[in-house]
Every structure is written in structure tokens, then in C-alpha cells.
Design a protein around this ligand. Structure first.
Ligand SMILES: C[S@@+](CC[C@H](N)C(=O)[O-])C[C@H]1O[C@@H](n2cnc3c(N)ncnc32)[C@H](O)[C@@H]1O
Length: 256
């Protein structure tokens, strides 16, 4: 379990900030996969500090519910990511505080891997979705892990990350069991990776990724020292873009 009420909420905004251009790309992708009608009622499950929540209200025009278990993350969202269409609620994948069939669209942006009971979480999401509703599951899959440039500085980071995620077919099977219809493959969205070594270091140094919560202190110290040294020696080294995986799940319009 990763505790966002501990250190992570303090560094999240600095270490995970989204450029306006990155947010625009995601908004476009969300609009493409969502049901066509407007306005839509949207659930942002594991909304964190509200990186995406106001954008969902802008794009879809209906009420957006940011459901988040961490009181500290929610506090930041309420203070910095308010929008007239957005309501932040205490809740989690175990119990979403919304009625059955009340939402058209659900975003799970890098929150699914934290769900202690993933089937139950997907069943909860399916419960609050209307027939024809769509789930946008932004996650990694242990058999499709990206080759992040900073893995090389931390001996166990790649393994730790892969252990946090399920393989694609397991996620698809859980979604199906929860009554959702998954697409066959994730879509890969090019939206969010620093393009130079210096930019990568400046982002990662905040340790705002849950990976770092699982690494031993000496590995962290040595890794960050080597990463900083390389970033200073070769700041403009170009990094290949790393796309983010988004699996789309649908609640059928008619009972199956
Ligand atoms: C990596 S952050 C992503 C936050 C936000 N979606 C974003 O992209 O900025 C993961 C979030 O999931 C939340 N979370 C952890 N366990 C959860 C659960 N069981 N149900 C819903 N959210 C959960 C954490 O508190 C944290 O805010």
C-alpha cells in the first residue's frame, strides 16, 4: 500500500505537473473515446490533487465527481483544482459514494494499481456507470511496461514497477467478470514524457512516483546522485518519447 497522506501529497504537484499541451492531448483522447452525447456526468476515481478533474468538466460539461481516499490529496484538489462543475468526495474503489447508473464516463488515471481488490473496484465502477458508459483506464500492464529512462539509475525500479501492475489479459479478464467489455489492446498515447535528460531529472527528483516508496534508502541515494551527475554532464541528451497506455472498457447498452 502506498500512503498518499504521507510524503507523496507534498511532492505530487511539483513532480507530476502537467503542461497545458499535455493536458490538451489527454482532453482530445478522452473526448474521442467517451460517449458522443453532451453533457456527460463523469467519475474521476482516484482523482488525487485534481490534475484532470476540472478538465473533465470543461470537456464534458456535466457534473464531475473526483473520488479520492487520501484526505491530503483531496485537500490540495479542493484548494487548487476547483471548478463549478466539480465536486470532490471522500471514497475509494471499495465504495464509490455515488448511486447506481449515475455516470456516463469514468477516468481511472494511474489509480487502478492501488486498488486492494481490483475486481471489487471494477464492479463498483460498473455499478455507477449507466448502460453504454465508458471507463478510461490509464494504467501500466506488467507485460507491456515502458522502458523509462530513469530505470537505469535504480537497480530494482523496473522490477518494483512491474510488480505493481497486472498483465493485460488479467485486467481484461477482471473487467469482463465485472460486466465491462474491454478493448483488445490498450491505446498508446504520446503525451507525457520529458524530452531531455535534464528535464527528466528535474521531474523525477521530486520522487513523486510510488516506485520510490518501495526502494531502499541506499539505492535511492546512489541512484539520484548518479542521475544528477549525468543530467549535469549531458543536460540536452535527447530522450525517446514514452507513450502512456489507456485501456477502454465499456458497459454494454443492453444486459449481456
Ligand atoms: C498516482 S495517483 C493518481 C492521481 C490522479 N488520478 C492523477 O493522475 O493525478 C494515485 C491516486 O490513487 C489514489 N488511490 C489509492 N488507492 C485508491 C483506491 N483504492 N481507490 C481509489 N483511489 C485510490 C491515491 O490516493 C492517489 O491519489
Amino acid at each position: 500500500m502506498v500512503d498518499y497522506d504521507g510524503r507523496l501529497h507534498q511532492v505530487y504537484a511539483a513532480g507530476r505537473a502537467l503542461k497545458a499541451s499535455t493536458l490538451d492531448i489527454w482532453k482530445q483522447v478522452f473526448a474521442e473515446v467517451a460517449p458522443a452525447a453532451r453533457p456527460l456526468t463523469v467519475l474521476d476515481l482516484g482523482s488525487g490533487i485534481g490534475r484532470f478533474t476540472p478538465a473533465l468538466a470543461e470537456v464534458f460539461g456535466g457534473p464531475v465527481y473526483g473520488v479520492e481516499p487520501s484526505a491530503r490529496m483531496r485537500e490540495i484538489a479542493t484548494g487548487t483544482a476547483s471548478h463549478p462543475g466539480v465536486t470532490y468526495l471522500e471514497g475509494s474503489s471499495a465504495a464509490i459514494p455515488l448511486p447506481d447508473a449515475s455516470c456516463d464516463l469514468a477516468l481511472l488515471f494511474l489509480s487502478f494499481h492501488h486498488f486492494p481488490d481490483k475486481l471489487r473496484g471494477l464492479q463498483e465502477v460498473a455499478r455507477v456507470l449507466r448502460p453504454g458508459g465508458v471507463v478510461m483506464l490509464r494504467s501500466q500492464f506488467s507485460d507491456r511496461m515502458p522502458d523509462l529512462p530513469w530505470y537505469r539509475y535504480f537497480a530494482s525500479a523496473r522490477r518494483v514497477d512491474a510488480e505493481m501492475y497486472l498483465p493485460l489479459e488479467e485486467v481484461r479478464a477482471l473487467a469482463t467478470e465485472a460486466g465491462l467489455v474491454p478493448e483488445v489492446e490498450p491505446r498508446f498515447v504520446q503525451a507525457e514524457s520529458p524530452d531531455t535528460l535534464r528535464a527528466s531529472y528535474e521531474r523525477v527528483k521530486h520522487r513523486a512516483y510510488s516506485t520510490f516508496e518501495h526502494l531502499p534508502a541506499d539505492e535511492l541515494d546512489e541512484g539520484f546522485a548518479a542521475f544528477e551527475q549525468d543530467a549535469e554532464a549531458d543536460p540536452d541528451r535527447a530522450l525517446a518519447p514514452i507513450p502512456g497506455a489507456l485501456l477502454v472498457l465499456r458497459r454494454p447498452s443492453t444486459p449481456r
